[in-house]
Design a protein around this ligand. Structure first.
Ligand code: URP
Ligand code: ZN
Ligand code: ZN
Length: 487
């Protein structure tokens, strides 16, 4: 009887902290032993010359989600998780998105019904709160947090999602009181609305004006406001999909002050610019997301933020819409920029793009790559050390990379259901050649080996990182449930 179910031999095993050449013995879905010359496994993989990395965690992706404008994502839980796995990701945290008038509990149940029979890798859920009614705030959210939905996203923009500052404070106070973590989409709603109206009045409806209306100052202002609201109540927050240098500076300054303010960025802000949105005709719609890709200076600011620790997590914000009337272009060629479905696909390419341009070009070391793409996600969302690392007792979620493999990206090679990729024709070096989820080989030699529905749901805990620093504003303790009103 072999000692292990699977042994990965002689690879360079990299975590967020270390790297060493050794074997990894897997048993019963977890990492059993790390060392040299391990005993036999029922199955063995020779990883000589390869990198053995924790499977990626993509903590920002939209799967089988209906947007607030009623447009449905192109990927369901099968195509999205298959695509994620081929790109080296073994855990996804998409959203269970509430639309106004909906019960959150009902929404969560529907997302489970969608994911359970289809997901091929493990998944948790964040909640999107668009309707913080008394029922939601008083009953549903506290109960859901106790059930393992400990993070939620709120929007400062979009007509049907936007929360005002008072509602944001209500959510932040609840997060502090009940033990949850808040993710913020920070853009100034009125600035965008006003600019959009002026542009359309002047007949400027082409995709390129999406980037003009979602001005970098709108992102910077809202980021500053979100940070200030969070500071008022001493509640950690994560600014998601950050693109503008103005926003990065706000986050950096808050961190320097000692606030628990976290930052997330995405491939589109490293590899695309507003020039892509300005491509002829409606082609630019393929690149419309919010906040939009900006310019080369902003790209450099994002790289710097990845290097200096301003950003803790690198996610895809995979928001897949087909390039037709069912997705990006509800009115075909006559679709104006505010009608274009927002979001770009990236769940499969997130890791190869960052590996190639980050590690391959010497901008990031391998430990930082692992931290940004796996470990920090697990730490922020309370999944560590079960997920996000290679350590004895951790789930055996592993991606074996060929660091030299060169690939020219085409839409046809990807496993999502989008039909195009914003990264068409780009060459990358480095690719995950075998992907293992809880000890099961899910992708090997370009073939899927996982069954539909074999992924499992992961309830999340509140992480240390997401806990408040202390009673920073004692005179407001009563609003967070930790004191009585001052009179
Ligand atoms: O444009 C984007 N990012 N679309 C996805 C929805 C969101 O705000 O994350
Ligand atoms: Zn967003
Ligand atoms: Zn998103």
């Amino acid at each position: 009887m072999p000692d292990y179910d699977l042994v990965i031999r002689n690879g360079t095993v990299v975590t967020a902290a270390d790297a060493s050449v050794c074997d990894v013995g897997l048993k019963d879905g977890t990492v059993a032993t790390l060392g040299k010359g391990l005993a036999a496994g029922a199955r063995e993989i020779d990883a000589t010359g390869r990198l053995v990395l924790p499977g990626g965690i993509d903590s920002h992706c939209h799967i089988e989600q209906r947007s607030s404008a009623g447009v449905v994502c192109a990927d369901d839980f099968y195509s999205a998780t298959v695509s994620a796995a081929f790109g080296g990701t073994t855990t996804v945290i998409p959203f269970a998105a509430q639309h106004r008038g909906q019960s959150l509990r009902q929404v969560v149940q529907e997302y489970h019904e969608a994911a359970g029979p289809k997901a091929v890798i493990d998944y948790a859920f964040h909640l999107i709160i668009s309707d913080p009614t008394e029922q939601v705030m008083g009953q549903e959210l506290p109960a859901l947090i106790r059930d393992g939905y400990t993070s939620f996203k709120v929007y400062m923009t979009y007509d049907l999602l936007q929360l005002n500052d008072g509602q944001m404070l209500d959510i932040l106070a609840l997060a502090r009181r009940e033990g949850a973590f808040v993710m913020v989409h920070a853009e100034n709603y009125d600035m965008i609305k006003w600019l959009t109206a002026r542009l359309l009045e002047h007949g400027l409806g082409a995709p390129r004006y999406h980037a003009v209306s979602h001005a970098r100052l709108a992102e910077g202002e809202a980021t500053n406001r979100a940070v200030t609201l969070a500071e008022l109540l001493d509640v950690p927050i994560l600014l998601v999909h950050v693109s503008a240098a103005e926003a990065i500076e706000v986050i950096r300054n808050a961190q320097t002050k000692g606030l628990k303010i976290y930052g997330e960025t995405c491939p589109q802000y490293l590899f695309l610019t507003a020039d892509d949105i300005a491509r002829p005709g409606v082609e630019g719609a393929k690149f419309c997301c919010s906040p939009p890709p900006r310019d080369h200076a902003a790209q450099e600011a994002v790289w710097t933020g990845l290097r200096n620790g301003t950003f803790q997590v690198f996610s895809s914000d995979h928001a897949p819409y087909r390039f037709d009337a069912s997705g990006k272009l509800p009115k075909g060629d006559r679709t104006t920029f505010p009608e274009i479905a927002n979001g770009v696909p990236g769940i499969e390419l997130r890791l190869p793009l960052l590996f190639s341009e980050g590690v391959g070009q010497g901008r990031l070391d391998l430990n930082a790559f692992v931290a940004l793409t796996a470990t920090n996600h697990a730490k922020l969302y309370g999944l560590y050390p079960k997920k996000g690392t290679i350590a004895v007792g951790s789930d055996a979620d592993i991606a074996i990379w060929d660091p030299e493999r060169e690939t020219t990206i085409t839409a046809g090679m990807l496993h999502d259901n989008v039909g195009y990729t914003p990264y068409e024709g780009r060459r990358v070096r480095g690719w995950p050649v075998a992907v293992i989820s809880r000890g099961r080989i899910v992708v090997e030699d370009g073939k899927l080996a996982a069954a539909r529905g074999s992924g499992t749901f992961l309830p999340c805990a509140l992480s240390e990182a997401a806990k408040p620093v202390g009673a920073a504003v004692p005179e407001l303790a009563f609003v967070t449930g930790q004191g009585t009103p001052l009179v």
